[in-house]
Design a protein around this ligand. Structure first.
Ligand SMILES: NC(=O)c1ccc[n+]([C@@H]2O[C@H](COP(=O)([O-])OP(=O)(O)OC[C@H]3O[C@@H](n4cnc5c(N)ncnc54)[C@H](O)[C@@H]3O)[C@@H](O)[C@H]2O)c1
Ligand SMILES: CC(C)[C@H](C(=O)O)[C@@H](O)C(=O)O
Ligand SMILES: [Mg+2]
Length: 389
Protein backbone atom coordinates (compact mmCIF):
# COMPACT_ATOMS: atom_id res chain seq x y z
CA UNK A 1 0.00 0.00 0.00
CA UNK A 2 1.21 3.51 -0.76
CA UNK A 3 2.21 5.63 2.21
CA UNK A 4 2.25 9.20 3.50
CA UNK A 5 5.97 9.12 4.03
CA UNK A 6 6.03 6.48 6.78
CA UNK A 7 5.93 2.81 5.78
CA UNK A 8 3.02 1.96 8.08
CA UNK A 9 0.72 4.93 7.64
CA UNK A 10 -1.84 4.51 4.87
CA UNK A 11 -2.71 7.48 2.68
CA UNK A 12 -5.93 9.38 3.02
CA UNK A 13 -7.66 11.17 5.86
CA UNK A 14 -10.75 12.95 7.04
CA UNK A 15 -12.72 14.94 4.51
CA UNK A 16 -15.64 17.28 5.07
CA UNK A 17 -17.67 17.69 1.88
CA UNK A 18 -19.81 20.83 1.55
CA UNK A 19 -21.39 20.74 -1.93
CA UNK A 20 -23.38 23.98 -1.43
CA UNK A 21 -25.88 25.31 -3.95
CA UNK A 22 -26.92 25.04 -7.62
CA UNK A 23 -24.09 23.51 -9.69
CA UNK A 24 -22.01 22.94 -6.52
CA UNK A 25 -23.55 19.52 -5.74
CA UNK A 26 -23.48 18.56 -9.46
CA UNK A 27 -19.75 19.07 -9.94
CA UNK A 28 -18.79 17.84 -6.46
CA UNK A 29 -20.66 14.58 -7.18
CA UNK A 30 -18.65 14.09 -10.38
CA UNK A 31 -15.30 14.98 -8.77
CA UNK A 32 -15.84 12.53 -5.92
CA UNK A 33 -16.13 9.69 -8.44
CA UNK A 34 -12.48 10.35 -9.19
CA UNK A 35 -11.67 10.07 -5.51
CA UNK A 36 -13.46 6.67 -5.54
CA UNK A 37 -11.15 5.52 -8.33
CA UNK A 38 -8.09 6.75 -6.44
CA UNK A 39 -9.20 4.89 -3.33
CA UNK A 40 -9.79 1.68 -5.30
CA UNK A 41 -6.48 1.91 -7.12
CA UNK A 42 -4.12 3.09 -4.40
CA UNK A 43 -5.70 1.73 -1.21
CA UNK A 44 -6.00 5.26 0.19
CA UNK A 45 -9.04 5.81 2.37
CA UNK A 46 -10.89 9.10 2.66
CA UNK A 47 -13.45 9.26 5.44
CA UNK A 48 -16.12 11.53 3.95
CA UNK A 49 -18.71 13.46 5.88
CA UNK A 50 -21.28 15.56 4.01
CA UNK A 51 -22.88 18.70 5.40
CA UNK A 52 -24.42 22.03 4.49
CA UNK A 53 -23.08 25.51 3.85
CA UNK A 54 -24.68 28.32 1.87
CA UNK A 55 -28.30 28.67 0.76
CA UNK A 56 -28.99 25.01 1.55
CA UNK A 57 -27.95 25.65 5.17
CA UNK A 58 -30.06 28.83 5.31
CA UNK A 59 -33.09 26.81 4.18
CA UNK A 60 -32.59 24.12 6.81
CA UNK A 61 -31.03 25.99 9.74
CA UNK A 62 -31.80 29.66 9.01
CA UNK A 63 -28.05 30.29 9.03
CA UNK A 64 -25.48 30.08 6.23
CA UNK A 65 -23.32 27.73 8.29
CA UNK A 66 -23.90 26.20 11.71
CA UNK A 67 -21.47 26.12 14.62
CA UNK A 68 -21.38 22.33 14.20
CA UNK A 69 -20.17 22.62 10.60
CA UNK A 70 -17.60 25.27 11.57
CA UNK A 71 -16.25 22.86 14.17
CA UNK A 72 -16.16 19.98 11.69
CA UNK A 73 -14.27 22.23 9.24
CA UNK A 74 -11.57 22.85 11.84
CA UNK A 75 -11.28 19.15 12.64
CA UNK A 76 -11.14 17.83 9.05
CA UNK A 77 -7.85 17.29 7.23
CA UNK A 78 -9.46 19.04 4.28
CA UNK A 79 -12.79 20.53 3.22
CA UNK A 80 -14.03 19.88 -0.29
CA UNK A 81 -16.35 22.74 -1.21
CA UNK A 82 -18.70 23.27 -4.16
CA UNK A 83 -20.17 26.78 -4.33
CA UNK A 84 -22.60 28.87 -2.35
CA UNK A 85 -25.21 31.39 -3.43
CA UNK A 86 -28.04 32.09 -5.80
CA UNK A 87 -30.58 34.82 -6.54
CA UNK A 88 -33.32 33.18 -4.48
CA UNK A 89 -31.51 33.99 -1.20
CA UNK A 90 -30.64 37.62 -1.96
CA UNK A 91 -27.97 39.57 -0.08
CA UNK A 92 -29.56 40.39 3.25
CA UNK A 93 -27.38 38.99 6.00
CA UNK A 94 -26.63 36.21 6.57
CA UNK A 95 -26.56 35.44 2.84
CA UNK A 96 -25.29 32.05 1.51
CA UNK A 97 -21.81 33.41 0.72
CA UNK A 98 -21.28 34.47 4.36
CA UNK A 99 -21.11 30.77 5.29
CA UNK A 100 -18.02 30.31 3.14
CA UNK A 101 -16.40 33.47 4.53
CA UNK A 102 -17.02 32.23 8.08
CA UNK A 103 -15.47 28.84 7.33
CA UNK A 104 -12.37 30.49 5.81
CA UNK A 105 -11.97 32.61 8.93
CA UNK A 106 -12.58 29.78 11.39
CA UNK A 107 -10.14 27.46 9.59
CA UNK A 108 -7.62 30.31 9.29
CA UNK A 109 -6.98 29.28 5.71
CA UNK A 110 -5.41 32.61 4.94
CA UNK A 111 -3.59 31.79 1.69
CA UNK A 112 -5.84 31.23 -1.30
CA UNK A 113 -3.87 29.72 -4.19
CA UNK A 114 -5.51 30.30 -7.57
CA UNK A 115 -3.38 29.01 -10.44
CA UNK A 116 -3.88 30.39 -13.93
CA UNK A 117 -2.57 28.31 -16.77
CA UNK A 118 -4.06 26.32 -19.57
CA UNK A 119 -5.32 22.98 -18.38
CA UNK A 120 -4.60 21.76 -21.91
CA UNK A 121 -2.65 22.89 -24.99
CA UNK A 122 -5.68 23.02 -27.26
CA UNK A 123 -7.58 25.50 -25.08
CA UNK A 124 -5.18 28.29 -25.99
CA UNK A 125 -7.28 28.87 -29.14
CA UNK A 126 -10.38 29.44 -27.05
CA UNK A 127 -8.97 32.33 -25.07
CA UNK A 128 -10.44 35.69 -26.04
CA UNK A 129 -6.82 36.94 -26.04
CA UNK A 130 -4.69 36.48 -29.18
CA UNK A 131 -2.75 33.23 -29.14
CA UNK A 132 0.68 34.89 -29.47
CA UNK A 133 -0.08 36.94 -26.35
CA UNK A 134 -1.66 34.34 -24.10
CA UNK A 135 0.30 31.21 -25.04
CA UNK A 136 2.46 29.98 -22.16
CA UNK A 137 0.67 31.95 -19.43
CA UNK A 138 1.37 30.31 -16.08
CA UNK A 139 1.07 32.15 -12.81
CA UNK A 140 -0.06 31.37 -9.30
CA UNK A 141 -2.18 34.07 -7.75
CA UNK A 142 -2.09 33.99 -3.96
CA UNK A 143 -5.00 35.88 -2.49
CA UNK A 144 -5.18 36.85 1.18
CA UNK A 145 -8.29 35.08 2.38
CA UNK A 146 -9.09 35.99 5.99
CA UNK A 147 -8.77 39.77 6.25
CA UNK A 148 -9.09 43.11 4.50
CA UNK A 149 -12.40 44.59 3.40
CA UNK A 150 -14.20 41.23 3.48
CA UNK A 151 -13.93 41.00 7.27
CA UNK A 152 -13.67 43.41 10.21
CA UNK A 153 -16.43 45.33 11.94
CA UNK A 154 -18.78 46.33 9.17
CA UNK A 155 -21.39 49.01 9.54
CA UNK A 156 -24.50 48.60 7.44
CA UNK A 157 -27.26 51.12 7.88
CA UNK A 158 -30.06 52.24 5.62
CA UNK A 159 -28.09 55.19 4.18
CA UNK A 160 -24.53 54.46 5.24
CA UNK A 161 -22.16 51.50 5.12
CA UNK A 162 -18.51 50.87 5.87
CA UNK A 163 -16.18 47.92 5.24
CA UNK A 164 -12.93 48.58 7.08
CA UNK A 165 -9.98 47.55 4.92
CA UNK A 166 -7.46 46.57 7.58
CA UNK A 167 -4.22 44.60 7.57
CA UNK A 168 -1.87 43.88 10.44
CA UNK A 169 1.81 42.89 10.39
CA UNK A 170 1.16 39.23 11.20
CA UNK A 171 -1.47 38.89 8.44
CA UNK A 172 0.93 40.34 5.87
CA UNK A 173 4.00 38.45 7.05
CA UNK A 174 2.32 35.06 6.78
CA UNK A 175 1.20 35.86 3.22
CA UNK A 176 4.70 36.97 2.23
CA UNK A 177 6.09 33.73 3.69
CA UNK A 178 3.73 31.56 1.63
CA UNK A 179 4.68 33.44 -1.55
CA UNK A 180 8.40 33.22 -0.70
CA UNK A 181 8.25 29.53 0.20
CA UNK A 182 6.41 28.66 -3.01
CA UNK A 183 8.87 30.70 -5.08
CA UNK A 184 11.78 28.86 -3.45
CA UNK A 185 10.32 25.46 -4.41
CA UNK A 186 11.56 26.20 -7.94
CA UNK A 187 15.11 26.32 -9.21
CA UNK A 188 15.77 29.12 -10.02
CA UNK A 189 13.20 30.63 -7.65
CA UNK A 190 10.07 32.00 -9.31
CA UNK A 191 9.73 35.80 -9.45
CA UNK A 192 7.06 37.31 -7.18
CA UNK A 193 4.86 40.35 -7.82
CA UNK A 194 3.08 41.96 -4.90
CA UNK A 195 -0.05 43.75 -6.09
CA UNK A 196 -1.43 46.64 -4.05
CA UNK A 197 -2.72 50.21 -4.23
CA UNK A 198 0.05 51.81 -2.19
CA UNK A 199 -0.52 55.07 -4.07
CA UNK A 200 -3.91 55.40 -2.37
CA UNK A 201 -4.58 52.92 0.44
CA UNK A 202 -2.84 53.05 3.82
CA UNK A 203 -3.34 49.28 4.21
CA UNK A 204 -1.47 48.81 0.91
CA UNK A 205 1.47 50.94 2.06
CA UNK A 206 1.86 48.79 5.17
CA UNK A 207 1.40 45.69 3.00
CA UNK A 208 4.16 46.76 0.61
CA UNK A 209 6.64 47.68 3.36
CA UNK A 210 6.17 44.44 5.30
CA UNK A 211 6.25 42.18 2.23
CA UNK A 212 9.62 43.76 1.35
CA UNK A 213 10.93 43.33 4.89
CA UNK A 214 10.08 39.61 4.83
CA UNK A 215 11.61 39.01 1.40
CA UNK A 216 14.78 41.00 2.17
CA UNK A 217 15.32 39.01 5.35
CA UNK A 218 14.01 35.54 4.53
CA UNK A 219 13.98 35.18 0.74
CA UNK A 220 16.89 37.25 -0.57
CA UNK A 221 17.21 35.03 -3.65
CA UNK A 222 13.67 35.75 -4.82
CA UNK A 223 13.06 38.71 -7.12
CA UNK A 224 10.21 40.72 -5.64
CA UNK A 225 8.50 43.49 -7.60
CA UNK A 226 5.58 45.73 -6.74
CA UNK A 227 2.72 46.25 -9.14
CA UNK A 228 -0.28 48.49 -8.65
CA UNK A 229 -3.35 46.29 -8.76
CA UNK A 230 -5.26 48.41 -11.27
CA UNK A 231 -2.46 48.44 -13.81
CA UNK A 232 -1.90 44.73 -13.16
CA UNK A 233 -5.51 44.14 -14.22
CA UNK A 234 -4.67 45.80 -17.54
CA UNK A 235 -1.25 44.16 -17.98
CA UNK A 236 -2.69 40.69 -17.37
CA UNK A 237 -4.61 41.21 -20.60
CA UNK A 238 -1.92 42.91 -22.66
CA UNK A 239 1.17 41.01 -21.37
CA UNK A 240 -0.07 38.07 -19.28
CA UNK A 241 3.08 35.96 -19.63
CA UNK A 242 5.17 38.80 -18.16
CA UNK A 243 3.73 37.69 -14.81
CA UNK A 244 4.65 34.03 -15.06
CA UNK A 245 5.58 33.27 -11.48
CA UNK A 246 3.70 34.25 -8.35
CA UNK A 247 1.35 37.16 -7.70
CA UNK A 248 0.60 37.85 -4.04
CA UNK A 249 -2.18 40.24 -3.16
CA UNK A 250 -4.90 41.12 -0.70
CA UNK A 251 -8.43 39.78 -0.45
CA UNK A 252 -10.30 42.25 -2.67
CA UNK A 253 -7.71 42.54 -5.44
CA UNK A 254 -7.21 38.77 -5.41
CA UNK A 255 -10.92 38.11 -5.80
CA UNK A 256 -11.16 40.36 -8.84
CA UNK A 257 -7.86 39.36 -10.45
CA UNK A 258 -8.66 35.66 -10.12
CA UNK A 259 -11.95 36.03 -12.00
CA UNK A 260 -9.94 37.94 -14.62
CA UNK A 261 -7.73 34.86 -14.84
CA UNK A 262 -10.87 32.91 -15.75
CA UNK A 263 -11.39 35.37 -18.59
CA UNK A 264 -7.81 34.86 -19.78
CA UNK A 265 -8.18 31.12 -20.05
CA UNK A 266 -11.62 31.42 -21.62
CA UNK A 267 -13.76 29.86 -18.91
CA UNK A 268 -14.22 30.01 -15.16
CA UNK A 269 -15.15 26.35 -15.48
CA UNK A 270 -11.45 25.45 -15.59
CA UNK A 271 -9.99 27.27 -12.59
CA UNK A 272 -9.43 25.46 -9.27
CA UNK A 273 -8.37 26.91 -5.94
CA UNK A 274 -6.86 25.88 -2.63
CA UNK A 275 -7.24 27.88 0.58
CA UNK A 276 -4.48 26.87 2.97
CA UNK A 277 -3.54 27.36 6.63
CA UNK A 278 0.16 27.50 5.75
CA UNK A 279 2.59 27.20 2.88
CA UNK A 280 2.38 23.93 0.97
CA UNK A 281 5.34 21.69 1.69
CA UNK A 282 7.64 20.61 -1.13
CA UNK A 283 7.31 16.89 -2.02
CA UNK A 284 8.91 14.74 0.66
CA UNK A 285 8.85 17.48 3.32
CA UNK A 286 6.47 18.41 6.13
CA UNK A 287 4.55 21.69 6.32
CA UNK A 288 5.83 24.12 8.97
CA UNK A 289 2.47 25.77 9.60
CA UNK A 290 -1.14 24.54 9.43
CA UNK A 291 -0.26 20.83 9.44
CA UNK A 292 -3.22 18.43 9.42
CA UNK A 293 -3.35 14.87 10.75
CA UNK A 294 -2.61 13.50 7.28
CA UNK A 295 0.81 15.19 7.22
CA UNK A 296 -0.25 17.87 4.72
CA UNK A 297 -1.63 21.38 5.11
CA UNK A 298 -5.16 21.98 6.36
CA UNK A 299 -7.13 23.41 3.49
CA UNK A 300 -10.41 24.04 1.72
CA UNK A 301 -10.64 23.28 -1.99
CA UNK A 302 -13.18 24.87 -4.30
CA UNK A 303 -13.41 26.12 -7.87
CA UNK A 304 -12.94 29.83 -8.51
CA UNK A 305 -16.37 29.89 -10.17
CA UNK A 306 -19.64 30.30 -8.34
CA UNK A 307 -22.90 28.38 -8.26
CA UNK A 308 -23.82 29.31 -11.87
CA UNK A 309 -27.60 29.43 -11.27
CA UNK A 310 -28.12 30.13 -14.99
CA UNK A 311 -27.07 26.57 -15.90
CA UNK A 312 -27.83 24.60 -12.75
CA UNK A 313 -30.06 21.53 -12.82
CA UNK A 314 -29.37 20.94 -16.52
CA UNK A 315 -26.28 18.76 -16.30
CA UNK A 316 -24.29 21.31 -18.30
CA UNK A 317 -21.66 22.50 -15.80
CA UNK A 318 -18.02 21.95 -16.61
CA UNK A 319 -16.70 19.66 -13.84
CA UNK A 320 -13.03 20.45 -14.59
CA UNK A 321 -12.51 23.23 -12.02
CA UNK A 322 -13.92 21.03 -9.26
CA UNK A 323 -11.86 18.05 -10.43
CA UNK A 324 -8.70 20.19 -10.58
CA UNK A 325 -9.51 21.42 -7.05
CA UNK A 326 -9.53 17.76 -6.02
CA UNK A 327 -6.05 17.43 -7.52
CA UNK A 328 -4.86 20.40 -5.45
CA UNK A 329 -6.35 18.75 -2.36
CA UNK A 330 -4.54 15.48 -3.01
CA UNK A 331 -1.26 17.37 -3.45
CA UNK A 332 -1.39 19.89 -0.60
CA UNK A 333 -3.50 18.24 2.11
CA UNK A 334 -2.68 14.57 1.51
CA UNK A 335 0.83 14.56 -0.02
CA UNK A 336 -0.47 12.49 -2.95
CA UNK A 337 1.64 14.25 -5.55
CA UNK A 338 1.58 11.47 -8.13
CA UNK A 339 -2.20 11.08 -7.98
CA UNK A 340 -2.62 14.87 -8.21
CA UNK A 341 -0.47 14.92 -11.36
CA UNK A 342 -2.50 12.04 -12.80
CA UNK A 343 -5.80 13.87 -12.28
CA UNK A 344 -4.40 17.01 -13.95
CA UNK A 345 -3.04 15.00 -16.86
CA UNK A 346 -6.40 13.23 -17.25
CA UNK A 347 -8.24 16.57 -17.51
CA UNK A 348 -5.73 17.80 -20.10
CA UNK A 349 -6.04 14.56 -22.08
CA UNK A 350 -9.82 14.88 -22.27
CA UNK A 351 -9.70 18.54 -23.24
CA UNK A 352 -7.18 17.74 -25.97
CA UNK A 353 -8.88 14.58 -27.22
CA UNK A 354 -10.14 16.10 -30.49
CA UNK A 355 -6.72 17.55 -31.35
CA UNK A 356 -5.25 14.13 -30.59
CA UNK A 357 -7.55 12.49 -33.14
CA UNK A 358 -10.34 11.43 -30.77
CA UNK A 359 -13.85 12.68 -30.08
CA UNK A 360 -14.45 16.08 -28.56
CA UNK A 361 -15.70 15.78 -25.00
CA UNK A 362 -16.13 19.35 -23.81
CA UNK A 363 -18.93 21.18 -22.05
CA UNK A 364 -20.74 24.18 -23.57
CA UNK A 365 -18.59 26.82 -21.86
CA UNK A 366 -15.69 25.41 -23.92
CA UNK A 367 -17.70 25.32 -27.12
CA UNK A 368 -18.53 21.63 -26.89
CA UNK A 369 -21.75 19.61 -26.66
CA UNK A 370 -20.93 17.26 -23.78
CA UNK A 371 -22.77 17.31 -20.46
CA UNK A 372 -21.08 17.30 -17.04
CA UNK A 373 -21.50 13.55 -16.66
CA UNK A 374 -20.05 12.76 -20.06
CA UNK A 375 -17.00 14.95 -19.51
CA UNK A 376 -16.57 13.56 -16.01
CA UNK A 377 -16.75 9.98 -17.29
CA UNK A 378 -14.10 10.72 -19.87
CA UNK A 379 -11.84 12.14 -17.12
CA UNK A 380 -12.52 9.10 -14.93
CA UNK A 381 -11.52 6.82 -17.81
CA UNK A 382 -8.23 8.66 -18.23
CA UNK A 383 -7.52 8.62 -14.48
CA UNK A 384 -8.03 4.83 -14.44
CA UNK A 385 -5.78 4.37 -17.46
CA UNK A 386 -3.02 6.62 -16.13
CA UNK A 387 -3.07 5.07 -12.65
CA UNK A 388 -2.62 1.63 -14.23
CA UNK A 389 0.46 2.76 -16.22
N1 LIG B 1 -16.92 29.97 -3.99
C1 LIG B 1 -18.20 30.23 -4.10
O1 LIG B 1 -19.01 29.62 -3.46
C2 LIG B 1 -18.62 31.30 -5.04
C3 LIG B 1 -17.72 31.91 -5.92
C4 LIG B 1 -18.16 32.88 -6.79
C5 LIG B 1 -19.50 33.25 -6.80
N2 LIG B 1 -20.35 32.63 -5.91
C6 LIG B 1 -21.80 32.91 -5.93
O2 LIG B 1 -22.38 32.22 -7.04
C7 LIG B 1 -23.55 32.94 -7.49
C8 LIG B 1 -23.43 33.18 -8.99
O3 LIG B 1 -22.36 34.09 -9.21
P1 LIG B 1 -21.92 34.63 -10.63
O4 LIG B 1 -23.00 34.35 -11.62
O5 LIG B 1 -21.43 35.99 -10.46
O6 LIG B 1 -20.64 33.76 -11.01
P2 LIG B 1 -20.51 32.25 -11.51
O7 LIG B 1 -19.09 31.91 -11.45
O8 LIG B 1 -21.45 31.38 -10.76
O9 LIG B 1 -20.99 32.31 -13.05
C9 LIG B 1 -20.44 33.21 -13.99
C10 LIG B 1 -20.65 32.65 -15.41
O10 LIG B 1 -19.78 31.53 -15.61
C11 LIG B 1 -20.50 30.35 -15.91
N3 LIG B 1 -19.89 29.24 -15.19
C12 LIG B 1 -19.43 29.25 -13.93
N4 LIG B 1 -18.99 28.04 -13.59
C13 LIG B 1 -19.17 27.25 -14.67
C14 LIG B 1 -18.92 25.86 -14.93
N5 LIG B 1 -18.38 25.05 -14.01
N6 LIG B 1 -19.26 25.38 -16.14
C15 LIG B 1 -19.78 26.18 -17.08
N7 LIG B 1 -20.05 27.49 -16.89
C16 LIG B 1 -19.75 28.01 -15.69
C17 LIG B 1 -21.93 30.61 -15.43
O11 LIG B 1 -22.87 29.82 -16.14
C18 LIG B 1 -22.07 32.10 -15.63
O12 LIG B 1 -22.47 32.36 -16.96
C19 LIG B 1 -23.59 34.23 -6.66
O13 LIG B 1 -24.51 34.01 -5.63
C20 LIG B 1 -22.18 34.36 -6.14
O14 LIG B 1 -22.09 35.09 -4.93
C21 LIG B 1 -19.95 31.66 -5.07
C1 LIG C 1 -18.72 33.88 -2.92
C2 LIG C 1 -17.72 34.84 -2.40
C3 LIG C 1 -17.80 34.91 -0.91
C4 LIG C 1 -16.30 34.48 -2.83
C5 LIG C 1 -15.34 35.58 -2.40
O1 LIG C 1 -15.61 36.75 -2.61
O2 LIG C 1 -14.29 35.22 -1.87
C6 LIG C 1 -16.07 34.24 -4.31
O3 LIG C 1 -16.26 35.36 -5.09
C7 LIG C 1 -14.69 33.65 -4.52
O4 LIG C 1 -13.97 34.17 -5.35
O5 LIG C 1 -14.37 32.65 -3.86
MG1 LIG D 1 -14.72 35.58 -6.54
Amino acid sequence: MATNGSASKPKGGKLLVLPGDHIGPEVVHEALKILDIIEETTGAKFEREFDLCGGCSLDKHKDSVTEEVLKKSEEADAVFFGSAGGPEWGHSQPNPESGLLRIRLRMQIFANLRPCNFASKSLVHRSPIKEEIIKGVDFMLIRENCGGAYYGNKIEEEDYACDPWEYSRSEIERMARVAGALAMQHDPPLPVWSADKANVLASSRVWRRIVHEVFDKEFPKVTLRDQLADSLAMLLITKPTAFNGIIVTDNTFGDILSDESGGLTGSLGLLPSASLAGAPAAPGTEPTQGRNNAGGVRGLYEPVHGSAPDISGKGLANPAAQVLSLAMMLRYSFNMHHEADVVEQAVAKVLDSKEDGGLEVRTGDLGGKAGSKEMSEAIQGEVKRLLKD
